[in-house]
Design a binder for this molecule. Sequence first.
Ligand code: IMP
Ligand code: MG
Length: 194
Amino acid sequence: MEDLWLSDTNNELTKDIQQVFVSTSALQSRVRELGQEISRDYRGKNPLLVGALKGMIFFMADLLRTITIPVEVDFIAVSSYTNEARDRGVVRVTKDLDLPITGRHVIFVEDVVDTGLTLNYLVNSLRARQPGSLEVCVLFNKATRRLIDLPIRYKGFDLPDYFVVGYGLDHHERYRNLPYVGILKPEVLFTRNG
Ligand code: IMP
Ligand code: MG
């Protein structure tokens, strides 16, 4: 199955992938489990799922379709000022939420937590708006590089310290459209194409 993806010479992106790390079917079954858990935990609560663009787009889209209770969805977009600012966990909001979250049961949906700096900043800024509750749902947890630890209520997969792409995750904005999560070949990882 995984080899099938990489032997698909029709897909221009696969030549840059060293290994399929999480297959499409593994992603789908884990996401479904998370959706079932959320559906159980939030019955009667009309939760609001909030995603930070753009890495979580596939995760959010699939997760939403496995949730069987009423939910709402909103997005926030951030960009880091500089590498240093990012290292301090300072980011700039480029698109704010459309919906008010005060008193709402918010689930913050993120693609990857690595150092935890981005998540920490976003969770703090959401918490300042006084939601009724706030939990974190993360597809990939890279625990080895964590600088700031935040409780993660829903977690898809633990990931070693590899840089992965696909299923929404990018390398210089590319590879988001791969339907699986793969490891880039080193020669691609360390050059900027394009
Ligand atoms: P943190 O602030 O170090 O936790 O960085 C988290 C952010 O870095 C995620 O939201 C992703 O956008 C990005 N990121 C971290 N690891 C990866 C990866 O392996 N592939 C693609 N993006 C990643
Ligand atoms: Mg992200």
